[in-house]
Design a protein around this ligand. Structure first.
Ligand code: 5GP
Ligand code: ZN
Length: 130
């Protein structure tokens, strides 16, 4: 599938694009979890991360890395990141155009960050020994 007219991420305004490479682009999440939260998406409509082809997967990692560096360079309060992709409704996906979240983290931005992305199921965020 190329572009989908009903898909909001197929209609991202060129003005909102922060950076891109041959197959992927980056823009700000409209409802950021933390300041600087970025989404990385394929230019072509793909339903989720597992639909990316080899070139797109490589480009996704390259762009993630570039955006991480750019966030670091521009905001010295950033001290970590969460990256993640929700794949499927049961995993929490709400926009069905593949996107990878790049979420900057800062010391003290929540009460206890331990477990990070394990928090997709809040009560399982911490594992037994932590
Ligand atoms: P999901 O739950 O599918 O992993 O994440 C969808 C993400 O898209 C959410 O973090 C949400 O804040 C973001 N989002 C939803 N609508 C828009 C929009 O119109 N523009 C932008 N830039 N982000 C959006
Ligand atoms: Zn789309």
């Amino acid at each position: 599938m190329n572009k989908s007219i009903e898909c909001i991420f197929c209609r991202i305004s060129p003005n909102d694009i922060l950076a891109s490479n041959s197959t992927m682009l980056a823009f700000k999440d409209k409802f950021p979890v933390t300041n600087g939260h970025i989404l990385i998406i394929p230019k072509k409509h793909r339903q989720d991360f597992f639909e990316l082809n080899g070139d797109e997967t490589q480009d996704a990692f390259a762009l993630l890395s570039r955006m991480r560096q750019s966030l670091f360079d521009n905001d010295k309060t950033i001290s970590g990141f969460n990256i993640g992709a929700n794949c499927g409704e049961s995993a929490g996906q709400t926009v069905f155009h593949c996107h990878i979240h790049l979420i900057p983290r800062r010391d003290g931005d929540c009460e206890d960050p331990k477990g990070g992305v394990r928090g997709v199921i809040a009560e399982r965020q911490k594992y037994e020994s932590n």
